[in-house]
Write a protein that binds this ligand. Structure first.
Ligand code: NOJ
Length: 500
């Protein structure tokens, strides 16, 4: 009653509903949440699972993580997956994005041996989701390479393109009858620029050679998996495939910074989008030229390993939709004399001689890489829509990191409200965004930020053996959105029976 009065009052104060208050997400829209195996499953050595590169790195070097933690137990979703499904239901979701752990399913890394327990775990999860009307969107690879394959060179070895394709083939053969949306590889930038830039496992410092071999190999590995799906599964299963791209939005500080901003977009997204989504295929031309000039000055032949014409054809067009991981926006400008960007993720790019700034008006949280500018998402969706021939976009990650802000996470609630509003506007502009996965279902292991940086709709008690999950205010809000399909939902609170 009180709530309804408040709504009436709001209308009186504002005089009329604004445009987005009347807009609704389409009936077919997929509202989801996302997660990844290493970040939630735990059970690092249960049954015949082998070591992943994250297990190895963090057992050897715990000091790399801010709070010296790891994903050994994490949210224990290996045992608590039923509760995870219950939470998805509480949120009113019809899609769940999760990833398969390669070393859990194929302990040797190769397809010679499939773990029975690994296979059953994902079978149970997929069946459990479908029983509740929640469609699985499955990531085949989310950063957790079997250590045995790392020992053979990992993502820098071109043979990994076949190892990955074999693994993907096993995954399609086991789950393809029930999974209709696939992400082959999550964020090649995280795995290559991160893994070879001392940001994530395997934690190498090799940004000139290893990182770029990895870049190319992820493109070929994705394409080989896609072609296998085309050949063996598409006719029977009719699924859709893509690879997910970490794509902050970038805006020039001044109009004259547009050129370096375009190069920055190519560095971040173009390297992983252009070979697949552009008409001509291959690396983004200007970027390739500039990076290769830099390489030559240092005596290397190139930075980005060239594709052969056959490889360009293999990779080009291997998509059914665009999988976008969007978090924030950066302002870009050319570096001043003697100014040099430190980290590719935070500060800019020494290769491109650019610096990132934040607009001081943008809201921030205690987490330094992050700033809140929701219009950036709509601008980016327009850019994607006009730059490439993309028929469908799914936002496979979007969320806000905070320090521990308890259950009353108003900033996260506002973030979801404002970003969802921009998506709704983009849909209204005619862009075919068909789904949205909030990152993330529950607080979990945030890589080098451990359990310190929180992204969850649910809080998790990491000190309790049951890893008790409790909804936050943002969960309450999101569940209203999913039930009404509106970003300014008008609901009778008593109908939401789970959040007290
Ligand atoms: C991207 C990654 O896919 C995910 O694993 C990570 O936790 C989020 N971004 C937040 O940083």
């Amino acid at each position: 009653m009180y709530f309804k009065c408040a709504v009436v009052l709001t209308i009186l104060i504002h005089g009329a509903w604004s445009a987005t208050e009347q807009l609704k997400f389409p009936e077919t829209f997929m509202f989801g949440a996302a997660s990844a195996a290493y970040q939630i499953e735990g059970a690092w050595n249960v049954s015949d699972k082998s070591l992943s590169i994250w297990d190895k790195l963090l057992h050897d070097r715990p000091e790399l993580v801010v709070d010296h933690t790891n994903g050994d137990v994490a949210c224990d979703s290996y045992h608590l997956w039923r509760r995870d499904i219950e939470m998805l239901q509480e949120l009113g979701l019809n899609m769940y994005r999760f990833s398969i752990s390669w070393p859990r399913l194929l302990p040797t890394g190769f397809s010679n041996y499939v773990s029975e327990d690994g296979k059953n775990y994902y079978n149970n999860l997929i069946d459990g989701l479908l029983e509740k009307g929640i469609q699985p969107l499955v990531t085949i690879y989310h950063f957790d390479l079997p250590q045995s394959l790392q020992d053979l060179g990992g993502w820098a070895n071109p043979l990994i393109t076949d190892w990955f394709a074999d693994y993907a083939n096993v995954v399609f053969s086991l789950y393809g009858d029930r999974v209709k949306y696939w992400v082959t590889i999550n964020e090649p930038m995280g795995l290559c620029d991160g893994g070879y830039g001392q940001f994530s496992a395997p934690y190498f410092n090799d940004t000139y050679v290893g990182q770029n071999l990895c870049n190319k190999n992820t493109m070929i590995a994705h394409a080989k998996a896609y072609r296998i799906y085309d050949e063996l599964y598409r006719d029977k299963y009719h699924g859709k495939l893509s690879l997910s791209t970490l794509f902050f939005w970038f805006k020039p500080v001044e109009p004259e910074d547009q050129e370096v901003t375009d190069l920055t977009i190519d560095l971040w997204a173009g390297r992983y989008t252009h070979p697949i989504f552009s008409k001509e295929g291959g690396w983004p031309r200007k970027l390739e030229q500039l990076l290769n000039e830099n390489a030559k000055k240092q005596g290397y032949h190139y930075r980005l390993p060239p594709f052969t014409p056959e490889e360009i054809e293999l990779v080009r067009g291997t998509y059914d939709y665009y999988a976008l991981n969007h978090y924030t926006t950066r302002l870009v400008r050319r570096a001043k004399p003697r100014e040099k960007a430190g980290s590719w993720f935070f500060d800019g790019s020494p290769e491109l001689n650019v610096i990132f700034d934040k607009d001081p008006r943008w809201r921030t949280t205690g987490i330094d890489w992050f700033a809140f500018y929701s219009e950036g998402l709509r601008e980016q969706l327009h850019w994607l829509n006009t730059t490439y021939d993309i028929k469908e976009i799914v936002i496979t990650e979007n969320g806000i990191p905070t320090l521990d802000d308890g259950l009353v996470d108003i900033l996260r609630l506002d973030y979801y409200k404002e970003y969802l509003e921009q998506i709704l506007l983009a849909i209204n502009d005619g862009i075919n965004v068909t789904g949205y996965a909030a990152w993330t279902l529950m607080d979990n292991f945030e890589w080098m930020s451990g359990y310190f940086s929180k992204f969850g709709l649910y809080a998790v008690d990491f000190t309790h053996p049951n890893r008790t999950r409790t909804p936050k205010e943002s969960a309450r809000y999101y569940s209203q959105v999913t039930r009404t399909r509106m970003v300014h939902p008008v609901v009778d609170e008593t109908e939401l029976n789970y959040v007290k």
